[in-house]
Design a protein around this ligand. Structure first.
Ligand code: GCU
Length: 608
């Protein structure tokens, strides 16, 4: 048994067909001696209610999936030493709680750090049924209910929607269905052109007809498919711009095809100029999503969801909340997070994300979005997430998608308790290391919100100017006097995309929060921070602190009694993190020291 399910008994038999059946099975097997009455009320959907009928006896009411979520709630409460204080009623904040896998048909995973695909091999769906069942159980126990199985960059576009492929897709959907998980597939916008249609223009009748027929065929095979996920006009992918159409034209065309079957179009907003000339100072990449979509607010069909990355760049360690998530009140929005640690340590370095997600909600009214999506950190490694402790991100993402008010410490503690048998002291050590891991990583990598000083393409390890003269619009413009981009009204104007109260927080470098200072402002190295240190001193200090914290983390982590094989993997990855943190610290400090010529006020070693 794997991850946080390791304390659950017996596999769920493949013969069970509905979430209600799985709920009953899980309760009876994992809480023996308890007494349950399950009342299925179809109208309740994912919602559940738990009432007590005296010690160890519960009435669980809910839709079929509601019963399943209620069952896991009861079992997990029990396993983590709490008791469910009935009555409890719980409903998810978001109806679609999605995982986006970036798996390719050849079995590789784009930005995958946990092995190869769990679903695909050699161009076909080819998988272990046992592992898929475990995955389905993991997702359900974390409250997740939609799984997009293929990469948004659809490299083999013919595949999933083809007639001879659909039985395989249907068989996979059958494995997930008893766990309340619906599949979704990524589609290529130019797909009709591979099937004899001369164009992919969304307003062309032949194109519309092709998508309608295709949707009918796909839904005949998988009637509860959640829908299509689309990356269009982004990083070289085809899209409506080729035909002079906008993204409402594109998304609505697909929405019309899916609507008879209740399917959703999840349309990603990761659209920017990825062939920018570094000499061009007019274009500022973080402005792109707003410029492409804000004017289309209210123009999307009911079954379209715009999926917006949480920040305006691309999953950097620290970014402000995307202004698009605040600006489109008449459109259904999903916020996209990334569990895959692309820029955040490749599932080698420890990086627990829930503290970062909670910060997003400080500025995001929970009602602005209607779904959450996260890029998967899963693969076919024995432990599913490469680093055994990276599983905390999958589990706590599920809790957050159910309830964004979830407390970060409680969520991480719950995961630890489900996963390991530690003493209270050991558990507290692990929880505090996990909760502080993001800040530690942030300290030794790119300073104060500037992002991107990472090895190009691979995105692990430091390279301060690796993206500086490239095409991707990701510049810091450090010279001998100053660093950063002015994104205020006087600069690129990015900040003007926000409501006034947010603009006011960041406009003035004297009040702008330190950790986003260099995202919003271009400042000289001798700029005096609020705590009296100069900017350059703050950069040096953060990096030395980040390295020191990593060393302390290693000392504390490596004496915890993890079971094998986790212990070996954790030891190996921690050693790699120590190496990485030292490289980052020394290279970033040396880079700024060489440029500025300003010594460290505390005389520590920086390499000339
Ligand atoms: C990043 C990532 C790509 C990915 C893209 C996306 O740019 O490096 O691998 O395809 O995001 O989100 O579409």
């Amino acid at each position: 048994m794997n991850l946080w399910l390791r304390k659950l008994k017996t596999e769920v038999p493949f013969t069970l067909k509905t979430p209600a059946e799985v709920a009953r099975f899980e309760l009876e097997n994992n809480l023996p001696g308890f007494c349950f009455e399950l009342c299925e009320q179809p109208g309740m959907g994912d919602t559940y209610r738990i009432e007590s009928r005296g010690t160890g006896s519960y009435i669980l009411t809910g839709g079929s999936t509601g019963l399943l979520y209620g069952a896991y709630r009861l079992i997990e409460d029990h396993l983590t030493g709490g008791s469910t204080c009935a009555p409890v009623s719980s409903a998810p904040k978001y109806s679609l709680r999605m995982i986006n896998c970036w798996d390719n048909a050849d079995g590789g995973i784009e930005r995958g750090y946990a092995g190869r695909s769990l679903f695909f091999r050699n161009g076909r769906l080819d998988y272990s049924r046992d592992r898929i069942r475990t995955l389905a159980r993991l997702l359900a126990s974390a409250g997740l209910n939609v799984l997009c199985i293929n990469n948004v960059n659809v490299h083999d576009p013919a595949q999933l929607l083809l007639e001879d492929y659909l039985p395989d897709l249907a068989a996979l959907a059958d494995l997930f269905r008893p766990f309340g998980v619906r599949l979704m597939v990524s589609v290529d916008f130019s797909q009709p052109m591979r099937h004899g249609v001369s164009t992919a223009d969304p307003l062309d009748p032949a194109v519309r007809a092709w998508w309608k027929e295709t949707a009918a065929r796909v839904y005949a095979a998988v009637p509860d498919l959640a829908g299509f996920l689309v990356k269009a006009d982004s990083e070289g992918r085809p899209g409506p711009f080729t035909y002079g159409r906008n993204h409402a034209d594109g998304a609505n065309m697909l929405a019309e095809a899916l609507s008879p079957f209740g399917g959703m179009v999840v349309w990603r907003c990761f659209v920017y100029n990825c062939r920018q000339d570094w000499r061009d100072t007019k274009t500022d990449r973080p402005k792109a999503a707003w410029e492409h979509y804000a004017f289309l607010d209210g123009k999307f069909a009911d079954n379209v969801i715009l999926q917006v990355k949480h920040g305006p760049f691309d999953f950097q360690v620290r970014e402000p909340l995307s202004p698009l998530l605040l600006g489109m009140k008449k459109t259904k929005l999903a916020m996209e997070l990334q569990l895959a640690q692309e820029y955040t340590g490749h599932q080698i370095d420890l990086y627990t994300m829930i503290p970062m997600w909670k910060e997003l909600y400080e500025e995001l009214p929970a009602d602005n979005i209607m779904s959450l999506a996260a890029v998967s950190n899963l693969g076919d490694d024995e432990n599913y997430t490469g680093h055994p402790l990276a599983a905390v991100n999958l589990y706590t993402y599920g809790l957050l998608a159910w309830d964004p008010e979830t407390d970060a410490e409680e969520a991480v503690t719950r995961w630890c308790r489900l996963t390991y048998d530690f003493t209270t002291e050991q558990e507290q050590t692990l929880v505090s290391l996990l909760l502080s891991s993001r800040r530690t990583y942030e300290k030794y990598t790119a300073p104060l919100g500037i992002g991107w000083m990472i090895t190009p393409h691979d995105h692990y390890g430091p390279n301060p100017s690796g993206y500086e003269y490239d095409l991707w619009g990701t510049y810091h413009k450090a010279n001998r006097n100053a660093v950063g981009i002015d994104r205020t009204h006087a600069g690129t104007g990015y900040l003007d995309q926000y409501p006034d109260e947010i603009r006011a927080k960041y406009e003035d470098p004297a009040v702008c929060p330190d950790l986003l200072l260099l995202f919003y402002h271009r400042l000289p190295y001798d700029f005096i921070m609020r705590d009296g240190r100069t900017l350059i001193q703050r950069i040096y200090d953060d990096h030395f602190e980040g390295l020191a914290e990593t060393r302390t983390m290693a000392e504390k982590l490596l004496v915890l009694p993890f079971p094998e094989p986790d212990a070996s993997v954790i030891r190996d990855r921690m050693n790699r993190q120590l190496y990485n943190a030292r490289e980052w610290c020394d290279i970033i400090n040396t880079f700024f020291h060489r440029l500025s010529g300003i010594p460290d006020a505390r005389g520590r070693i920086i390499y000339d």
